[in-house]
Design a protein around this ligand. Sequence first.
Ligand code: G3P
Length: 217
Amino acid sequence: MKIFLDSSNIEEIRPINKTGLIDGITTNPSLLAKQKGNFKEILKSIASEVKGPISAEVTAVKAEKMITEAKILQKIAKNIVIKIPLTMEGLIACNYLSKNKFKVNVTLCFSTNQALLAAKAGATFISPFIGRLDDIGENGLQLIRDIKTVYNNYNYTTKILAASIRSAEHVMEVSKIGADVATIPPKIFHSLYKHELTDQGLESFLSDWKKSGKQIN
Ligand code: G3P
């Protein structure tokens, strides 16, 4: 499974990217709005730090304006992927952009039918928001399973990008289901490698080694 970071903060992204495990970045208007400075410069620095797809979202609501914004966003860097909301206008824009060689991440997906339409519109990625579905008492993980079934039925190549991930358990579950990508907030990335028994084990290995007086040299 590919791992993207769901962040617009270069200071958070840079140290995690040093692991070599980050395959891309997703941003959204709320995340970018929190950052100080020019949003184009922020996206440019993220796109030069991380070599994979960097999702940047349009803010227009009409297809024509979305396409205009997509062209502006695409000029920021080659690896920018245009994020488009799952509305009728968004599907029109996605269809146009996909046919004109843009990569599109269709976002704010909350149903299998929405995901079916995004695939038909040529989306490169579909972003089902699992945490927000859980928030309203629905089952976000079931949506990932259902989209996978539909995409497999018709061999759609649109990648399932599990978004609105709120816990390490979400990451584990979407990887078991077979999501193509999980976009993970930095805090949750850190919780993936941490384990109490790893820390305890390391502490005792190092203290035994120190007591022995031996050295690796
Ligand atoms: O980037 C979109 C998405 O991951 C948002 O997550 O936690 O605001 O629902 P959240």
